[in-house]
Design a protein around this ligand. Structure first.
Ligand code: GUN
Length: 291
């Protein structure tokens, strides 16, 4: 069994991005500039955005954080989105989710110019990804593919089962794994809460991508000997072992599943660290090429 070290790969990719930025500076080219809009004071969102800003600093990007109180109107938010769309200095930007209930997340996402949508949430990017056109792929699916590539895990013709059908992970990762490309070229099945005989389906898989958000859902009896297991789960569960009072739990019962796997991602330290790296890669792409 080989552990997929997402933290180590994330550090390597960040180093590569930093090198590219350095070369751009030497050539007098524009330094990538990411903007992030944060509404309210949700603890999780504050942490994620702080990590994104810090990651920009680490690779030499410019970053701008735009904050609003939770009572900002939808109109005000849309007007800032419009300003960022038109601002030549900003290469890409994100609106951190979730948003307060009085604001339509879909409306905000669709207001972002898809050429600056480095989160890859705009329907044009989702559609372009699904038909294999250049696009911004959302962070988690892109991070998963990067890990498969860096560990040279064979995917062609393999039986890949995705558990979970969310718009942010399940659907795009299934779409990417079936593309005529590497990583990809797999035979993909998507399981979800209505799937009959889920255990039978999952136990045929060469590659399992667990993205349902149910702690320790995947148990050893569902996993074929030698399977590759990618754990996307990041549920916060109460814990007395940590200062914060919680810890992250994946969708995989790691201790019993790991011995059966050829490769497995841990939680934390697997897919998680790759997501910010994917955002940085998209921002660099937004600076380098305008599609
Ligand atoms: N909230 C949780 N994950 C994400 C993400 O990847 N992007 C944005 N914008 N909000 C999030």
């Amino acid at each position: 069994m080989q552990l997929i070290d997402g933290k180590a790969i994330a550090d390597i990719v960040k180093g590569e991005i930093a090198e590219t930025v350095k070369k751009r500076k030497e050539q007098g080219l524009k330094v990538p500039h990411l903007a992030a809009i944060l509404v309210g004071h949700d603890g999780g969102s504050e942490t994620y955005v702080a990590h994104k800003v810090k990651a920009c600093e680490q690779v030499g990007f410019e970053s701008t954080l735009i904050r609003f109180e939770a009572d900002v109107t939808e109109e005000e938010l849309l007007s800032v989105v419009d300003k960022l769309n038109k601002d030549q200095e900003i290469d890409g930007f994100i609106v951190q989710l979730p948003l307060p209930k009085h604001i339509s997340e879909q409306k905000v996402i669709e207001a972002i110019d898809y050429k600056k949508d480095v989160d890859g949430f705009h329907p044009i990017n989702v559609g372009r990804t699904s038909i294999g056109l250049p696009s911004f792929v959302s962070a988690t699916p892109a991070g998963i593919l990067e890990l498969l590539k860096r560990y040279e895990i064979p995917t062609k013709g393999k039986n890949c089962v995705v558990i979970g059908r969310s718009n942010i992970v399940g659907k795009p990762v299934a779409s990417l794994m079936m593309q005529k490309a590497y990583p990809g070229d797999a035979t993909v099945t998507v399981c979800h809460s209505r799937t009959e005989n889920l255990k039978n389906v999952v136990s045929q898989a060469d590659i399992i991508i667990a993205a349902l958000g149910s702690p320790e859902f995947l148990t050893a009896d569902m996993v074929k000997e030698g399977a590759v297991v990618i754990d996307v789960g990041t549920t916060r569960v109460p814990s007395e072992e940590t200062k914060s009072g919680w810890k992250l739990k994946g969708d995989v019962k790691f201790d019993e599943v790991a011995p059966k796997c050829s490769f497995i991602t841990p939680v934390p330290g697997g897919v998680g660290p790759m997501t910010i790296v994917s955002l940085l890669k998209n921002t660099l792409l937004a600076t380098e090429i305008k599609f």
